[in-house]
Design a protein around this ligand. Structure first.
Ligand SMILES: N[C@@H](CCC(=O)N[C@@H](CS)C(=O)NCC(=O)O)C(=O)O
Length: 211
């Protein structure tokens, strides 16, 4: 498979982890977000939204990281990213959506640029006040769920890594890069540490990508 992505893109990072967990060989195609490659004519034909990741599997071009994760889980069922039980599946989707719907979109590059350029917000207002606020809001909720639920194990749901962990790790990398205080999240950070012991997560991290 071919993955159009960028090292620091957390949505592409999710897909790198997923491909590694499934044991699928993949080739990295760099779309440099700081250089604006996502807006180039060639990439617009591949992903008209101008976002990464895009995954190419044969003749199929797949977009949106959460849809790609589901596709990989459906086409390569082992190891499973989701539990079988409907209530458990809803829990896993709910936890993943705290990150994928309620943190990540608010801190995407396009939003940060809009705040700075169109709304005239200063660097600290964008990178500290805004960015950290949405991470703390989401992480507060995640920590409360993970600490309270008996389903939480070595990983977010039981003792095998899955959908929630695939979302947590890139989001923690972003939080660390933007110097968030992660001390109030011991359960979340414990799970992060357990994930990072696995090569599938470790080798997907930004500093280990070719560019
Ligand atoms: N919901 C999308 C988000 C994709 C997304 O926003 N990707 C970011 C990088 S993490 C991006 O390409 N940003 C480019 C830009 O904002 O110009 C997904 O999960 O795939």
């Amino acid at each position: 498979m071919k993955l159009y992505g960028f090292s620091r893109s957390s949505a592409a990072f999710r897909v790198r982890i997923a491909l590694n967990l499934k044991g699928i060989a993949w080739e990295h195609i760099n779309i440099s977000l700081p250089d604006g490659d996502q807006f180039g004519e060639d990439y617009a034909k591949i992903n008209p939204q101008g976002r990464v990741p895009t995954l190419i599997d044969g003749d199929n071009s797949l977009f949106q990281s959460m849809a790609i994760l589901e596709y990989l889980d459906e086409t390569h069922p082992q190891p499973a990213f989701m539990p079988a039980d409907p209530v458990a599946r809803a829990r896993v989707r709910g936890l993943a959506d705290i990150i994928a719907c309620d943190i990540h979109p608010l801190n995407n590059l396009a939003v940060l640029k809009f705040l700075a350029n169109e709304l005239g917000c200063g660097k600290d207002a964008v990178n500290v006040t805004w960015y950290q606020h949405w991470i703390y809001e989401g992480f507060n909720a995640l920590e409360a769920h993970l600490a309270a639920d008996s389903e939480t194990g070595t990983f977010s749901h039981g003792d095998t890594p899955g959908l929630v962990d695939i979302c947590i790790v890139p989001q923690v990398f972003n939080a660390q890069r933007l110097e968030c205080d992660l001390a109030p999240y011991p359960v979340l950070m414990g799970i992060f540490g357990n994930c990072m012991k696995l090569d599938a997560f470790d080798s997907a991290q930004p500093s280990k990508q070719p560019e």
